[in-house]
Write a protein that binds this ligand. Structure first.
Ligand SMILES: Cc1ncc(COP(=O)(O)O)c(C=O)c1O
Length: 281
């Protein structure tokens, strides 16, 4: 196991340790946008595999690509959808020794995780974050679980003093109090369920989320004006102005009263868009 300055640092170390110019890295899209940046820094060749309907990860295509590095964000961002660990087990086997990284930044909010695959496969690394379920984003702490030869390669590219003593002490105390994290997660999961149900009632399509956010979509409708309307009211959601995602908003799960404020603002914005615009004079 290796600790990093947030899981972003661990992901950067993984890309730096495994990829040189022209080497292949494969991942499903859409996913966490940092992978594009890290691949560009390494001048790696990116093999992107679009997710299917319902955001299903194209496991067969990833297995057949046999890239030098394959990365699956699970639960995925921005969809929140989960690939079952049994399927990732199969993918790890089919990659026959090529490294499979499972980015589990949101795994604590999910029904299951793939940590046990590290024991079963020498080519699997699981990356976790204390920024989400432990609410320690500002402390910058991530963990990478992998077999010693993988960790040894990461150590070669690690900064000598990548973690402060304060962060290490906070991380150790947080892990000792996993009960606090589980209560936090339970609250988020309950609010997530209620949020999904309410959004669906309003006409949004919401893939079942296993993370601490939901993706709410109305097919074909640009969500830009709605995102801007929410921002004017002081409510920040993620809007991705890309062909694949511009009809969706990624909404973080907050407290019940924060979600109530969201719905108060969101409802009129959605129905205002429903009405045909008056012709301009
Ligand atoms: C999928 C995913 N992985 C990793 C990270 C990085 O988290 P951190 O560096 O704070 O641990 C994020 C943060 O948003 C994320 O969404």
């Amino acid at each position: 196991m290796l600790a990093g300055n947030g899981s972003d640092e661990l992901l950067a170390m993984i890309f730096r340790a495994t990829l040189g110019r022209g080497d292949t890295v494969a991942y499903p899209v859409p996913t966490y946008s940092l992978y594009d940046t890290l691949a560009a820094i390494q001048e790696a060749r990116v093999l992107k595999f679009p997710v299917g309907r319902d955001f299903a990860v194209p496991l067969d295509a990833l297995a057949r690509a046999r890239a030098r590095l394959t990365i699956v964000c699970n639960p995925n961002s921005p969809s929140g959808t989960l690939t079952p660990a049994a399927k990732l087990d199969e993918l790890a086997r089919r990659l026959r020794g090529r490294l499979l990284v499972i980015d589990e930044a949101y795994a604590d909010f999910a029904d299951e995780n793939a940590l046990s695959l590290v024991r079963r496969h020498a080519n699997v690394a699981v990356v976790r974050s204390l920024s989400k379920s432990f609410s320690l984003a500002g402390m910058r702490l991530g963990l990478c679980f992998a077999h010693p030869p993988v960790i040894a390669e990461l150590l070669k590219v690690k900064d000598s003093y990548n973690l402060s003593r304060i962060a290490l002490a906070a991380g150790a105390a947080a892990l000792d109090d996993a009960e606090w994290m589980r209560r936090n997660v339970e609250r988020v999961r309950r609010t997530r369920e209620a949020t999904e149900a309410r959004l669906r009632k309003m006409g949004f399509e919401v893939p079942p989320s296993q993370a601490n956010f939901v993706l709410a979509r109305i097919a074909g409708r640009d969500m830009g004006p709605i995102a801007r309307g929410l921002r004017r009211a002081g409510i920040l959601v993620r809007y991705f102005p890309t062909p694949l995602l511009r009809d969706a908003l990624r909404i973080s799960i907050g407290t019940p009263s924060e979600m109530a404020a969201l719905f108060r603002t969101l409802k009129p914005l959605v129905s205002a868009q429903d009405k045909p615009r008056k012709a301009r004079r």
